[in-house]
Structure formats: C-alpha cells, structure tokens
Design a protein around this ligand. Sequence first.
Ligand SMILES: [Zn+2]
Length: 49
Amino acid sequence: MPEECDVCGETVPFSATVHLIVNTQSDAGTFDRYVCRSCYDAELEPVVG
Ligand SMILES: [Zn+2]
C-alpha cells in the first residue's frame, strides 16, 4: 500500500516510508506522519533523534 510523503508529497511504497507519531506538546495531542526515507534522513532524523 503506497503512502504519500508528508514532506515532499511523493507517493512511495509503504516499505520505504517512516511512520512518525508527532507529539505537539499541546492540546492538539499527537498526529501521524508518513515520510519517505530520504526526507526522514535529510530533515527529520536530527529532530526526532
Ligand atoms: Zn519525501
């Protein structure tokens, strides 16, 4: 099942996505993001650790 990357908008195979559960630290609570591996490596890994 393909997923759309939340960063670049590209449709990528599920196996190539990273599922993130983002905690907003606010009343909005948490939400799910799917990003492709390259975006995860480039942009998100330093943020989420
Ligand atoms: Zn991407």
